[in-house]
Design a protein around this ligand. Sequence first.
Ligand code: GLP
Length: 262
Amino acid sequence: MQVVIAESAQEVAQLGADHICRLIKNKPAAVLGLATGSTPIALYQELISRFQHGILSFSQVRSFNLDEYVGLEPDHPQSYRHFMNHQLFKHININLQNTHLPDGTGDPVLQAERYEAQIREAGGIDLQVLGLGRNGHIGFNEPCSSLGSATRIKTLTPETLRDNSRFFSSDEFQPTLAITMGIGTIHRARKALLLATGKAKAEAVKQMVEGPLSASCPASALQMHPHAVVVVDPEAGALLTHHDYYHRVRAETDLLAMEHYQ
Ligand code: GLP
């Protein structure tokens, strides 16, 4: 796991976008795994800006999102499909037919199986973007999720429901179930890129990076991923113990990359 403590939330977004740019430059028909939540919004703005400046094209890219609420139609303002269309897809040249989210309507068991099969048929995910729940969840894999799980239905914890209630008005139906890629699905992505910002995430970041590998903190499963990169801002990284080491690794990695491109 590579841990990068960026200087600011803005730099987290820029470094995240650098990873995606490099991938698409090398593989224009890349398969991207995408995430929702507040954290990736700055990343998506950065990608939109690079697209508008002609640095990046999504014309051949295919995407799979981590999760979707059960019971919300795709055009519901709180659905993750709606979020993705508005935060990213409608601003770039991705073909909407190449963008996938689990279908929150219909038979969720069948939908989950179908989604897993679609990912396989696409050749697997090249790079999976991840946010981090305060309770250590990735996607909607809540604490105690199987570390080998595939796409399936999850019951959301009271903490997650509370955290996400800010997006719903008081009289609005807030789903308590979601279809989410499993931790096994995420593990099969060739690269995992987790972004976390703000002090509310500091404890979860600490557990994920330096805590034990445990289903109590589902994100700690990234410790087993062969190519996981965690990019945090100083607030989210505040409780990490090995700051100096992470900074040194970053400096050396940058140096190696420079030598490589010279
Ligand atoms: C939701 C999503 C997660 C996301 C998390 C944190 O629960 N299912 O994928 O990582 O929220 O969101 P935020 O970035 O808003 O803190």
